[in-house]
Write a protein that binds this ligand. Structure first.
Ligand code: P1T
Length: 389
């Protein structure tokens, strides 16, 4: 669904208003949860509600969410899915056997697993590169490359890829560019404005922001591409339920306020950890010590609440993550509450050990999803565990 009417409004206003209209029967200001699988047709092939004929094909709650996300991502259309992986799958399922994809190597472990264990069996080929170096993407392009897939910042190493430079490379090679924007959120980074063709999210994370929904959403700026994706979703079926769309739309209304606090707390935690002797390395694009700080500052307006640190060994990682009180040990990220995890054993456990090691995902790597609690409480929680304070 698209929403061009709110284009002139600023980001924070659009998080609340884009795509949302008063419900016409009662004037309800909140988009209702249209919890229905089908719609009545007074005559054959003539649904009462016009284009509303079946829930997989059309649902007004879902459409409001999609119009909102399209606006926030500076796209023309967005398409919502049952999960982030289903949204990424749809982008790749546009391709056919014999087509080739160049992908950043350090994506979320589940994305690599889907590419390697599911989609490659259907005859789609994948080449993995370190996309911090645009030349590596260029060198991997083949005549049959139809998609370049980035994740920036990456999960969990916080690598940053130059979206504009890689969009040019992809397009010169006849391929489209998709960017997994989950870690940044559209508040901090809008890939479509930098030349990407798809921006995709696990809306489970910052977009919904309250750790109570699994969902995915992608946005495009080409109505024909949107049509292709609608067709794919209708034909393969990974639609989100109306209740989840409602919750996600409700969560989005505070995206700009939440992200400001995630950015602030993320930077404070990264600075604290960088100065701490128990921490070997900190990976956070907002730190001047991050090798791509300058690039991140150019293409992002904030650096999010995601911080990774290397504490040297699995034993130390366990001692750290199993004893924080506010930071809860759990997979996932991007919610208002702080989480902590050990990627090698949790989110990236499906990535072969040698590949993990090559990317720096050591057993001593700890990932923090810094929430929006009071900064002083978060720092005290970390200090208590790291310094025994
Ligand atoms: O879980 P799902 O909504 O299907 O989203 C998959 C996904 C896609 N892209 C990125 C960058 C992600 O981080 C994820 C999911 N990640 C986690 C569950 C995690 O803890 O890293």
């Amino acid at each position: 669904m698209s929403d061009q009417g709110s284009r002139h409004l600023r980001f924070g206003t659009r998080t609340i208003h884009a795509g949302v209209k008063p419900e016409p029967v009662t004037g309800a200001i909140m988009t209702p949860i249209f919890q229905t699988s089908t719609y009545v047709q007074p005559a054959v092939g003539e649904p009462l509600g016009g284009s509303y004929d079946y829930g997989r094909t059309a649902n007004p709650t879902r459409e409001a969410l999609e119009a909102n996300v399209a606006s926030l991502e500076s796209g023309t259309h967005a398409v919502a899915f049952a999960s982030g992986l289903a949204a990424i799958e749809a982008i790749v399922k546009r391709l056919s056997a014999g087509d080739h994809v160049v992908s950043e190597e350090n994506t979320y472990g589940g994305t690599t697993r889907m590419f390697n264990k599911v989609l490659s069996r259907l005859g789609i080929e994948f080449t993995y590169v370190d996309s911090r170096e645009p030349g590596a993407v260029e060198a991997a392009m083949r005549p049959n490359t139809r998609l370049v897939h980035l994740e920036t910042p990456t999960n969990p190493m916080m690598r940053v890829a130059d979206i504009a430079a890689i969009a040019e490379i992809a397009h010169a090679g006849g391929a489209l560019l998709s960017v997994d924007n989950t870690f940044a959120s559209p508040y901090n980074q809008r890939p479509l404005e930098m030349g990407a063709d798809f921006t995709v999210h696990s809306s489970t994370k910052y977009i919904n922001g309250h750790s109570d929904v699994i969902g995915g959403v992608l946005a495009v700026k080409d109505p024909e591409l949107a049509e292709e994706i609608y067709f794919l979703r209708k034909s393969t079926g990974a639609v989100p339920g109306p209740m989840d769309c409602f919750l996600t739309l409700r969560g989005i209304k505070t995206l700009h306020v939440r992200m400001r606090q995630h950015n602030e707390n993320g930077l404070a935690v990264a600075r604290y950890l960088e100065a701490h002797p128990a921490v070997d390395r900190v990976f956070y694009p907002g730190l001047e010590s991050h090798p791509q700080h300058e690039l991140a500052s150019r293409q992002m307006t904030g650096y999010t609440g995601m911080v990774s640190v290397d504490v040297g060994s699995l034993a130390r990682a366990k001692a750290f993550t199993e004893h924080t009180r506010i930071f809860k040990l759990a997979e996932s990220l991007g919610g208002v509450e702080s989480l902590i995890s050990v990627p090698a054993l949790m989110t990236h456990g499906s990535v072969p050990a040698d590949r993990r090691a090559a990317m720096g995902i050591t057993d001593g790597l700890v990932r923090l999803s810094v929430g929006i609690e009071d900064e002083a409480d978060l720092l005290e929680d970390l200090e208590r565990v790291l310094s025994g304070g």
